[in-house]
Design a protein around this ligand. Structure first.
Ligand SMILES: Nc1nc2c(ncn2[C@@H]2O[C@H](COP(=O)(O)OP(=O)(O)OP(=O)(O)O)[C@@H](O)[C@H]2O)c(=O)[nH]1
Length: 318
């Protein structure tokens, strides 16, 4: 270890699609002169976020195919060890946890004596999606744990709800976590100053919440489907919209890259809540086309039928 001071660590948590990558991109672009390392953790095997994090970092580590809080702690320790022995240690390490990560369990890694010696977890920031909070919080226990483990809660997507609702949500979140600083944000536009009167994360308080069921694995599933063929934009949009409408309580997030008929650039397709967005994407040389579905009780066969079913029907019609 070259530096006298410990490596600062900031954990970003929040449910699927709450805006963690958007926030991280904002922080990194405001922080260009610094040596920043990033750990990206996605729940599924295939990573979309590592492509979407803009290159304003100095090194990026990916921990995929599991959740950093329950199945990847050995891999996390391995990355942390690499940082300790590296010639140049980062000014800050940002960890973007998967949307279903238990932030308390992740933060507890930084309580271990061997880790505490080199790393200072300064903030656990939880993003709450103002638009979808009510619908999801009752069915996803992981969201509670993310909220109660936070030093700072950002009510993101506040452009999509009424100002009066933000006030309501703020007091609701305050009752769940009275220790956190809470503020509304839009597109993760926020400056990462220290939480007032706190040089170290308050995550030690998590011990007070041990009565809440500990995370014995998530009920979520992540299914990646290769989509090398071109889709008709309207048909794809319609079949996924219907799926989100009918299976709103099962399909929590869709994201990936697809090609559309008659369009030169592929698109980044994303869903949060029941909204789908398609954004033009500049492909890399090794661009892969796939869609990742994250949700509960979802099955590959059913999803393939949704994606490709209408094509088969078309063949039969002709
Ligand atoms: N309207 C609006 N959209 C937002 C805001 N913040 C993020 N988004 C959009 O929400 C979608 C999800 O944002 P991400 O930053 O990818 O969310 P995430 O939490 O990293 O998602 P996962 O990694 O899948 O859990 C994207 O389409 C963003 O552009 C916001 O404040 N307002």
């Amino acid at each position: 270890m070259q530096k006298a001071e410990k490596i600062k660590v900031i954990i970003l948590t929040g449910f699927l699609g709450a805006g963690k990558t958007t926030l991280l991109n904002n922080i990194l672009s405001n922080d260009k002169g610094k040596l920043n390392f990033v750990i990206e953790n996605e729940f599924g095997k295939v990573s979309v976020d590592s492509t979407l994090v803009q290159k304003n970092y100095n090194q990026l580590f990916e921990l995929n195919n599991g959740c950093i809080c329950c199945s990847l702690d050995a891999e996390l320790i391995e990355v942390l060890t690499q940082l300790i022995i590296a010639e140049k240690q980062p000014d800050c390490l940002y960890i973007e946890a998967s949307g279903v990560a238990d932030a308390g369990m992740l933060a507890s890694v930084f309580k271990r004596d061997d880790v505490l010696k080199y790393f200072n977890l300064t903030q656990v920031i939880c993003l709450v999606d103002a638009e979808n909070f009510e619908d999801r919080v009752t069915e996803v226990p992981e969201m509670y744990r993310q909220i109660i483990a936070a030093d700072r809660i950002l009510i993101n997507k506040s452009d999509l709800v009424r100002p009066a609702y933000i006030k309501e949500l703020e007091s609701r979140l305050k009752s769940l976590n009275p220790f956190a600083a809470i503020e509304p944000t839009i597109h993760g536009n926020f400056s990462i100053d220290p939480v007032p009167d706190r040089s170290m994360s308050n995550y030690a308080k998590i011990d007070q919440f041990q009565t809440i069921e500990t995370n014995a694995g998530h009920r979520m599933k992540s299914i990646a489907i290769a989509v090398p063929e071109e889709f008709d934009r309207d048909q794809l949009y319609a079949s996924l919209s219907v799926t989100l409408y009918l299976h709103y309580h099962q399909v929590y997030r869709i994201k990936g890259f697809v090609r559309l008929k008659g369009e030169e650039n592929p698109v980044l397709l994303q869903s949060t809540g029941n909204k789908i967005t398609l954004t033009a994407h500049t492909p890399s040389d090794s661009q892969k086309y796939f869609l990742v579905f994250i949700g509960r009780d979802i099955e590959r066969k059913g999803l393939e039928r949704i994606l490709f079913g209408y094509k088969k029907e078309k063949v039969l019609e002709n």
